[in-house]
Design a binder for this molecule. Structure first.
Ligand code: GRG
Length: 309
């Protein structure tokens, strides 16, 4: 199939995603098996971890590992760990004291089903399991220095240099007034920490496990950071186009309160241009890699830019 045909290219990527998601789902199921006696805490962990997600973070981790010459199995435990950290953050994000959501991935949120107490514990346990799982990679033929470096990147992406920092800034900004400059800075800080940090860690840990050079690891970090920001810009644009409200009109004006979004700050057209620029930047960071092996990551960038929901 010619790779320059957009249709066949998309199809190739979709089947790549589906295949990677299948192997990740199998490994996740094995990582949190249903045990006797069935405990509510295990059910709660499995409920969110195994529910229908796109598995973008593990896919990114495995693709980065393979890009630098490693094998899928080398990074699988770390890839599963990345999805556990993601699931943990989704559970917390949905709590009444955070975003207070009742639906996630088409199902009632974790706290709606299991109650807030068990839900918080399931989130904590998923972080612990993520680190435990990644650490077991030492049983493979991977030098322990690599495993340690990967674990360090994983936990960094969760704490006050990652998810926690982004969420804290999000909470602190609620109801605050911003002028257009500080608003953009604040929004970018939130997304770099809440979304890009975990995607970055996924790509970086994959490259570390696969034995990538420092230069390769940093290129993948920059690529994933662009993907993370682009994801949020596209998300905001989709929200506007879906609700068909002309939020773009407020661009450039002082923002008193309400949810900060890119269309609100720069208008819909400029937001779309920004997303396209991030896509170009993401691709530039991949220059110099093997052109066949880099195809999944190039396609992922296009997929994030062009998704419709
Ligand atoms: C201590 C783990 C921990 C977190 C504390 C609550 C919190 C801080 C951060 C929230 C982070 C968060 C939920 C950000 C949103 C990230 C995002 C883009 C979610 C949607 O990702 P997709 O589209 O979802 O990959 P699926 O369902 O496909 O996995």
């Amino acid at each position: 199939r010619p790779l320059n045909s957009p249709k066949s290219y998309k199809f190739e990527f979709m089947s790549y995603m589906v295949n990677k998601a299948k192997s990740v789902n199998k490994a996740l199921e094995e990582a949190v098996p249903l045990r006797e006696p069935v405990l509510k805490i295990h059910e709660a962990m499995r409920y969110t971890l195994l529910s229908d997600g796109k598995r973008v973070r593990p896919m990114l981790c495995l693709a980065a590992c393979e890009l630098v010459g490693g094998h899928e199995s080398t990074a699988m435990s770390v890839a599963c760990g990345m999805e556990m950290l993601h699931a943990s953050s989704l559970i917390l994000d949905d709590l009444p004291c955070m975003d207070d959501d009742c639906l996630r991935r088409g199902k009632p949120t974790n706290h709606m089903v299991f109650g807030e107490g068990i839900s918080i514990l399931a989130s904590d346990a998923l972080i612990a399991l993520a680190v435990q799982k990644a650490a077991t990679s030492t049983l493979l033929d991977v030098p322990p220095e690599r495993v340690l470096r990967a674990v360090k990147e994983m936990v960094k992406a969760v704490g006050t240099e990652g998810l926690v920092a982004g969420q804290a800034a999000d909470l602190a900004g609620e109801g605050m007034g911003f002028d257009s400059n500080t608003a953009l800075e604040h929004l970018e800080f939130i997304h770099i920490h809440k979304t890009a940090a975990l995607l970055e860690a996924a790509a970086v840990t994959g490259a570390i496990m696969g034995g990538g050079s420092d230069k390769e690891i940093e290129k993948l970090r920059s690529y994933a950071r662009c993907i993370g920001l682009m994801f949020q810009v596209v998300d905001d644009v989709l929200d506007v186009t879906k609700s068909s409200e002309e939020l773009g009109k407020t661009a450039g004006k002082d923002l008193i309160a309400g949810k900060l979004t890119y269309p609100r700050l720069m208008g819909v057209e400029k937001s779309k241009e920004y997303a396209e620029r991030l896509n170009r930047e993401a691709r530039e960071h991949l220059q110099g890699f093997d052109s066949d092996k880099v195809a999944p990551l190039l396609s992922l960038a296009d997929y994030v830019l062009n998704r419709k929901n």
